[in-house]
Design a protein around this ligand. Structure first.
Ligand code: ATP
Length: 225
C-alpha cells in the first residue's frame, strides 16, 4: 500500500499507449518533465507521481495498491484479472472511466489457405497468443476446446514456423495480419484504454487530488469526441 500523500499513477513507459496517456495528462494541466527518464516522475504543479512501467505490470500494481491509479488497455487488465483470480491473488480494481484511445480487438486469425466456415472449425487447434485467459474464456463460451502457446511478441509468425495452427492477437487495422498471410476469423475481445483505481479506499488527501483530476480527464475526453 502507498502511504504517501501524493497520488501515484502508473502509465506505460513506452509503446502504443504512452503518447496518448502522456498527452492526456498534459492536457489535464499536469507538468511532467518528458526528459525525466526516472521510473517515478514527480509532477511539478500537483501532488502526483507518475510511475512509468510496462503495460503488463500496471494491473498488478493497482490491484496490489502499489499505485492508486493506472492507465491500461482493457485487454491487459482483463487478462491479468483472470490470471490473478486463477492463482488466488488479489484481482479487484475499480474502473474509474473508459478512455477514448487505445482501441483495438483481440482476434483469432488463420492462415489464408485455412478453409474457415464456423467456430467449430477451430475446435482442438493450437493458437499462439499473449492472452491465454481471454482466449480460454471465449472458447469455453463457444463450447470448443483450444490449446495455446504463450508468445509475448512476433505472434503472427507462429503458424508459418509450425508453432501453432493460428493466432489470437491484437488487431487495429489488420495490415500486420495481411502482411503475414493471415485472415481474421473471430473477434474474441474488444478493447480500449481505461483509467483504473485501486479497490482500497484512498486517503482523504489522495481522494481530494483525484476529485480535482477526474473532472479534467472527463473534460479532455469530451473535447476529443
Ligand atoms: P508492454 O510491452 O508495455 O508490457 P504491450 O506489449 O502490450 O505492453 P504495446 O504493443 O505498446 O505494448 O501495446 C500496448 C497496448 O496498446 C495494448 O495492450 C492494447 O491495449 C493497445 N493497442 C492498441 N492497438 C493495438 C494494436 N494494433 N496492437 C497491439 N496493441 C494495441
Amino acid at each position: 500500500m502507498t502511504t504517501e500523500t501524493r497520488l501515484r499513477i502508473a502509465m506505460q513507459k513506452s509503446g502504443r499507449l504512452s503518447d496518448d496517456t502522456q498527452a492526456l495528462l498534459k492536457r489535464c494541466g499536469l507538468t511532467i518533465n518528458v526528459a525525466d527518464r526516472r521510473l517515478l516522475a514527480h509532477v511539478a504543479n500537483m501532488p502526483i507521481d507518475i510511475m512509468r512501467v510496462r503495460s503488463s505490470d500496471i494491473p498488478g500494481l493497482v490491484m496490489d495498491g502499489v499505485c492508486d491509479l493506472g492507465i491500461v488497455g482493457d485487454n491487459t487488465l482483463e487478462e491479468a484479472s483472470l490470471k490473478r483470480k486463477l492463482m488466488g491473488d488479489k484481482f479487484e480494481y475499480v474502473k474509474t472511466t473508459p478512455l477514448n484511445f487505445g482501441g483495438c480487438r483481440l482476434s483469432i486469425a488463420m492462415p489464408e489457405e485455412f478453409n474457415y466456415s464456423s467456430v467449430d472449425d477451430l475446435n482442438g487447434l493450437r493458437f499462439a497468443t499473449t492472452y491465454p485467459q481471454l482466449l480460454k474464456r471465449w472458447a469455453d463460451e463457444k463450447g470448443i476446446n483450444v490449446e495455446f502457446c504463450l508468445l509475448k511478441g512476433s505472434v503472427e509468425v507462429a503458424p508459418r514456423v509450425g508453432l501453432a495452427d493460428g493466432i489470437c492477437d491484437l488487431v487495429s487495422t489488420g495490415a500486420t495480419l495481411e502482411a503475414n498471410g493471415l485472415v481474421e476469423v473471430e473477434e474474441v475481445f474488444r478493447s480500449k484504454a481505461s483509467l483504473i483505481q485501486t479497490a482500497s479506499p484512498l486517503t482523504a488527501e489522495k481522494q481530494a487530488i483525484l476529485d480535482t483530476l477526474l473532472p479534467r480527464i472527463m473534460g479532455v475526453m469530451k473535447a476529443k469526441e
